[in-house]
Design a protein around this ligand. Structure first.
Ligand SMILES: Cc1ncc(C[n+]2csc(CCOP(=O)(O)OP(=O)(O)O)c2C)c(N)n1
Ligand SMILES: [Mg+2]
Length: 578
């Protein structure tokens, strides 16, 4: 008799522990949807747009509770989802993308949705499969999931032609799911010994952590305390080290970093970098050069010495590698005095920086530091903070202390606007017990705001704070100095309350500092009842982030004298002539 590929797929998805699928049904996948509806462990979620669906799946994976999965139509669904798939690809997030495929059994040309999906997705996935026989469905899903979740994780794509879904076929022998791939290390004992020796001998060691270290927080804290080393993180890895640990200095490196980091790492003579690729955002546009004594830990050996030469490269899962380092350093006396000095300097720098921010005159609008300080106080430590891409991202990174690993997620290296609203929904579905607060710019908001209708339909109580400044500020701020004009970066009006009304979300407005406390409290309480809440925040962007100013200066410095003169000359001329 045999089974349909749709039924086999359901079995495979249940066995690998998928809990949610995101997508929209079409003629090439309704058999799959019909099977998913029968599942006790999987909920298929109807999204507004497959791009939103892909960000939701991404956020499910980042939450670490199950594998984010898409079930979409071929071609049109895949191109819509491509932004979220590419974000997952560059950010190293596992994702299973399943699309239907055209019929291979009719011999007909020019079918609906007929493009080469594999060619389209090849550069933004770790691997793609076309299932051609019923007996391959389950084994293919297991193999795809293994690839997605092993080494540096990433998205994978499986196409299941509609004829296999509709017609029954021989299922063959059932393959066994081997479970999640066990983490491993590939570094030798002498590599570990060499790294430990360098760290122990350093006068001013430092630790730099990316998303690859997000599950190694405990080990990072032990090492930091042992070495008396300050810790800074990348944007994506912001949650990898708790902001309330005394050795947490803050975000980024060099002049693009907060002052506590800039000062704590100024004399750094040995850097332990964990789970970071030293990418453009992570390094503030490569604005800080690590010391020659660079110890680089990463699961992906391709990142070693790609941007900065590593004296010791330790390949493997961050937790396992750090555990070996800890064991190796056990006999070295802990640098308690250095820890106390470093922590003291960090505490002073942090409080001066915050005081400066709070003293900034926001001229009747909402002071970002006041907003984030209040949000932090009212939000449980267990919460997930979801940002988008823009000035608000770096304000959050610099001013919002994150206390839980995986408690902050951001679209980082693909840097795709439109992430926040759908990702907040995915994060809440993945961890329904904890609050989710989205922070989104008013430009990025309009890209995917209608996913709030998905949240309402699913009873997903997320709070989305829209930072309304009327501009694509991250770009507008970068245009100010060189061009003295904001071409295409000033937004037309948007009625955020109208969006709330249209999507069924509750609505609140924060017009000034005096309204923050009450609105945040009320928003969190409403969200807890299972209703999404939109909060229009009249934010003040008149004070730049350290990150923005840092990267602008770094990029300007890098030009040769002739280019610098031309750019500065044009800026000066425009200031004179308007
Ligand atoms: C899909 C996409 N388009 C364009 C950009 C370029 N970009 C980066 S930040 C930004 C401004 C975002 O504006 P908004 O959402 O209002 O946030 P703000 O900077 O004002 O906080 C733009 C246009 C991008 N990163 N992604
Ligand atoms: Mg804006």
């Amino acid at each position: 008799m045999g089974r349909t590929a749709a039924s086999l797929l359901r079995e495979a998805l249940e066995n690998v522990g998928v809990r949610y699928t995101f997508g929209i049904p079409g003629v090439h996948n309704t058999e799959i949807y019909d099977e998913l509806a029968k599942s006790d462990s999987i909920t298929p979620v109807l999204v507004t747009h497959e791009g939103g669906g892909a960000f939701m799946a991404d956020a499910v994976s980042r939450s670490g509770t199950s594998l984010g999965t898409l079930v979409i139509v071929p071609a049109a669904g895949v191109t819509h989802a491509a932004s979220g798939i590419a974000e997952a690809f560059l950010d190293g997030i596992p994702m299973l993308v399943i699309a239907g495929g055209i019929r291979r059994d009719t011999g007909r040309q020019y079918q609906l949705h007929d493009i080469d999906q594999h060619a389209l997705l090849k550069p933004i996935t770790k691997g793609t499969w076309l299932v051609e026989r019923h007996c391959d469905v389950i084994a293919t899903i297991y193999e795809a999931v293994k690839l997605a979740t092993s080494g540096e994780p990433g998205p994978v794509f499986v196409e299941i032609p509609v004829d296999l879904q509709l017609l029954t076929g021989e299922e063959g022998a059932s393959p066994q799911y081997g479970g999640a791939v066990a983490p491993e290390t590939r570094c030798t004992a002498s590599d570990i010994a060499q790294a430990a020796e360098l760290l122990a001998a350093a006068q001013s060691p430092g630790i730099f952590v990316g998303w690859g270290g997000v599950d190694a927080t405990r080990e990072l804290a032990i090492l930091a305390e042992q070495l008396g080393a300050p810790v800074t993180t990348t944007l994506q890895g912001l949650s990898a080290f708790p902001a309330n640990h005394p050795l947490h200095a803050g975000f980024c490196l060099g002049r693009a970093a907060v002052p506590a980091v800039e000062n704590a790492f100024r004399d750094c003579d040995c850097l332990l970098a964990v789970g970071t690729r030293f990418g453009e955002i992570a390094t503030g546009s490569y604005g800080w050069t690590p010391p020659a004594r660079l110890i680089h830990v990463d699961v992906n050996p391709a990142v070693f010495s790609a941007n900065y030469p590593a004296q010791v490269a330790l390949e493997g899962d961050a937790r396992l590698v750090l555990q070996k380092l800890i064991a190796e350093l056990e006999h070295v006396t802990a640098a308690t005095q250095r820890s106390a000095n470093v922590a003291g300097a960090i505490a002073t720098d942090k409080s001066v920086h915050l005081r400066e921010w709070l003293a900034h005159d926001s001229r009747g609008r909402v002071n970002p530091a006041r907003f984030f300080t209040t949000l932090r106080r009212l939000l449980a430590d267990d919460a997930t903070i979801v940002v988008d891409d823009g000035n608000h991202t770096f304000l959050a990174a610099e001013l919002m202390p994150v206390h839980r690993p995986r408690g902050f997620i951001s679209p980082t290296d693909f840097n795709c606007m439109g992430y926040c609203v759908p990702a907040a929904i995915g994060a809440k579905l993945a961890r329904p017990q904890a609050p989710v607060a989205g922070i989104v710019g008013d430009g990025a908001f309009r890209m995917t705001a209608l996913e709030l209708a998905t949240a309402t339909a699913q009873g997903v109580g997320v709070v989305v704070f829209v930072f309304s400044d009327g501009e694509l500020a991250q770009i507008a701020q970068a245009q100010e100095l060189p061009y003295n004009r904001k071409t295409c970066s000033v937004l037309g009006p948007l009625d955020v309350a109208g969006v709330a009304q249209a999507t069924g979300a509750a609505f609140l407005r924060i017009g000034n500092d005096g309204e923050i406390e009450q609105a945040v409290q009320s928003a969190l309480a409403t969200a807890e009842q299972g209703r999404p809440v939109l909060v229009d925040v009249r934010i003040d962007y008149s004070r730049h982030t350290r990150f923005t100013d840092g990267i602008l200066r770094t990029n300007l410095d890098r030009f040769d004298l002739a280019t610098k003169t031309r750019l500065v000359g044009r800026a000066f001329w425009r200031r004179l002539t308007g």
